[in-house]
Ligand binder design. Structure first.
Ligand code: KG4
Ligand code: ZN
Length: 331
């Protein structure tokens, strides 16, 4: 039974996890940097890198101890090698390289987006390739046809902001602080999703791409007008965002008639309204709908370890120890 140690440090979560091939998370630990970044209203890259450097090694020691394992028990060390904030990615990758070298264990450099893309298979053993994936996080908004490990066909991307970014900017406009997505979702519970007229950029267009910049500007204007309650703006924004992704995903699904399921992953997949809307869309196509449990949606190391498990099982070779961290790395 293979065991992989996973390391994640591409944004503001420092995380380590041990995952086995039979989909068991043997141990995991996450140190969130919310408190450090909150005063600035967003992630400050230099603060993030320093916090990762301070916390990562103790987290790795903790997950090994919690699982009663040593590095000698690990079949590989999988670390996010990009895309992300480069200082943080370098901390994680350098740590993984040092551990790999010291213990003579193979290193696997994982694309963070691959971690999100394969995370639903960690939670759902029945999920088979190929599946349609809506990947919605703070930095990305894509529709992918996931055909296998390392085989991703991108059907759509955003021409401006990512969906999580739109949530975060809306939160900032409404003074909800950072991180924004969960705060907007909470406030929206008290609001009327039809109260504020907001645009649905690109809805109706034949290509399944996304755009959220115009929606964000409209949220700003609605707020500045003083005509609307914040809860109504939050609820109307969330509804407009949902309408956009449902319409765009519907267009993409029409071109994917052989997929086994509609899957959503990434931080925004933690949003209950979005999960419910996408589940209905899957129903239109008579497809099963899968979304990982909430802790696997936002950044975590179990998904990085799992991507490592999948890479080993698919026969991918270890990565060289001189591999460079990549701030940009399309899937
Ligand atoms: O995947 P993730 O943890 O980090 C990136 O790889 O970007 O995603 C973070 C994003 C943030 O923009 C955050 O506001 C959003 O996911 N998010 C949510 C929710 N939880 C996190 N957006 C909407 N509703 C949520 N419940
Ligand atoms: Zn992420």
């Amino acid at each position: 039974m293979r065991i992989v140690l996973g390391i994640e440090s591409s944004c503001d979560e420092t995380a380590a996890a041990l995952v086995s091939e039979d989909r068991v998370i043997l141990a995991q630990a996450i140190a969130s940097q919310e408190a450090e970044h909150a005063p600035y209203g967003g992630v400050v890259p230099e603060i993030a890198a320093r916090a990762h450097a301070e916390r990562l090694t103790p987290l790795v020691e903790k997950v090994l101890a919690d699982a009663g394992k040593t590095l000698a028990d690990c079949d590989a060390i999988a670390a996010t090698a990009g895309p992300g904030l480069i200082g943080g990615v370098m901390v994680g990758l350098v740590t993984a390289k040092a551990l790999a070298m010291a213990s003579d264990t193979p290193l696997l450099a994982i694309n963070h987006l691959e971690g999100h893309a394969l995370s639903p298979r960690l939670a759902d053993a029945a999920l088979e390739y190929p599946y349609a994936l809506l990947l919605v996080s703070g930095g990305h908004c894509q529709i992918l046809r996931v055909e296998g490990v390392g085989k991703y066909q991108r059907l759509a991307t955003t021409i401006d902001d990512a969906l999580g970014e739109a949530f975060d900017k809306t939160a900032k406009i409404l003074g909800l602080g950072y991180p924004g997505g969960p705060a907007v979702e909470r406030l929206a519970l008290q609001g009327d999703p039809k109260a504020v007229p907001l645009p649905r950029p690109l809805v109706g267009s034949g290509e399944p791409h996304f755009s959220f910049a115009g929606l964000k500007s409209a949220v700003l204007r609605a707020h500045e007008s003083g005509l609307h309650k914040d809860a109504d703006i939050a609820a109307s924004f969330q509804q407009a965002a949902l309408d956009c992704i449902v319409d765009r995903t519907r267009i993409a699904l029409r071109t994917m008639d052989d997929v086994t399921a509609l899957v959503v992953a990434g931080g925004v997949a933690a949003n209950q309204v979005i999960r419910t809307g996408l589940e209905q869309l899957a129903g239109e196509f008579a497809l099963p709908f899968t979304a990982p449990p909430l802790p696997l949606c936002t950044d975590n190391a179990a998904m990085i370890a799992w991507a490592g498990v999948e890479r080993l099982a698919a026969g991918f070779p270890a990565d060289p120890l001189d591999l460079k961290a990549r701030p940009r790395w399309p899937l």
